[in-house]
Design a protein around this ligand. Sequence first.
Ligand code: FES
Ligand SMILES: [Fe+2]
Length: 416
Amino acid sequence: MTTSEENALLIQTGPGTPCGELHRRYWQPVALSQELPPGGAPLTVRLLSEDLVLFRADGGRPALLGLHCAHRGADLSYGRIEDGGLRCIYHGWLYDVNGRCLEQPGEPSSSTFHERIRHRAYPCQEVGGIIYTYMGPGEPTRLPPFEFVRIAPENRDNMKSFADCNYLQGNEGNLDPVHLSFLHQLTIDEPESGRAYNAQCRQPAIETEDTEFGVRIYAVRSVSGERNYVRVTNFILPNFSAVTGNTDGYTVNWHVPIDDEHHWRYFIRFSRTQPLGQGNWWRGSSKSLTPDLHLKKNRANRYGQDRSSFDQAFAGLGPDFLLHDTCAVEGPGPIEDRAEEHLAYTDRGIVASRAALLQAIRDVQEGRDPKGVARGPSAQPDLVVRSDALLPASVDWRHYWDDESLVPELTSAGHG
Ligand code: FES
Ligand SMILES: [Fe+2]
């Protein structure tokens, strides 16, 4: 059971909060590259309860500064991108990408006051079609060389959507393999698919194990008593997960706090072998998302639920998994009161992931680097994302991945 105190610890990510300090030890997505076209306007972003402005400095390099000018607080997203930085339109102060104030053109020319201004600035790197930032203290940690940041552009597909609730609700939704048997079920005839196995067996056995990046959650479903379908959900601290998707790579769902009551869900998928048609999700999103990446169907219109369609879709919400998930995770309201929950056997993955998150928060509080954080040239473990497996019931699935090189890919048409 999660207490009110633990809940507060888990959900608050603003500056100075313990979980906010944890999130600031890891590089976090700040925008998709597509959101910030070269030559375009600066983008206002709110991230971990901080108001910031993202822009491409001369040469196209992304930069992230505090939104409000250090002089008298004007909004720098209206600023002019010129002379190696961003110039406030109120009195012309010019900031470079590191937050140094290069010019204060209205001050006496003998003034050196600008040299003593340090505006808030966070380092950025743009890899794999996403702009990441590090908002922690000191020398930035390293962004691990995840496959999805190294993959060729044509083999990946990124998207994001807004969620009107705390990041942890969204993340725990993706860590929960049991809802696949309910929330996402559709009456589609695909007898040999992850979706069909999820429908056939609604009472999976759940096991968890700690990993170097977080927690792995196994959901084992019996298929006709002859085989086992093992769904593997990989929780990567502090706020994302990776699962087998509909490619031979994997799918990431990264839940990035805007503030304590809102977050962005970034989706990243890739194939190790084939072009995906870059921008598939981006182009296809216009049907379900507004131009600013909010779901058109949302709480205000009851997510478009059609209760006469329960025979086709368990949730009566049509086939869109994103819509299903958003309805479910926004259901508790902006911040779920976890002290009111009744966690059951099938929530073992949720329990293990919360324990890992609380441990990571303690690690930072006690001056240690949490799991998955690497600095300098130190060796960093590879993120091993285990894919789903379909095995004869006579095989002990726990040893299936012992030799990763022998493991065949199973594309499950699954989803987290
Ligand atoms: S408020 Fe920005 S220069 Fe004065
Ligand atoms: Fe889901």
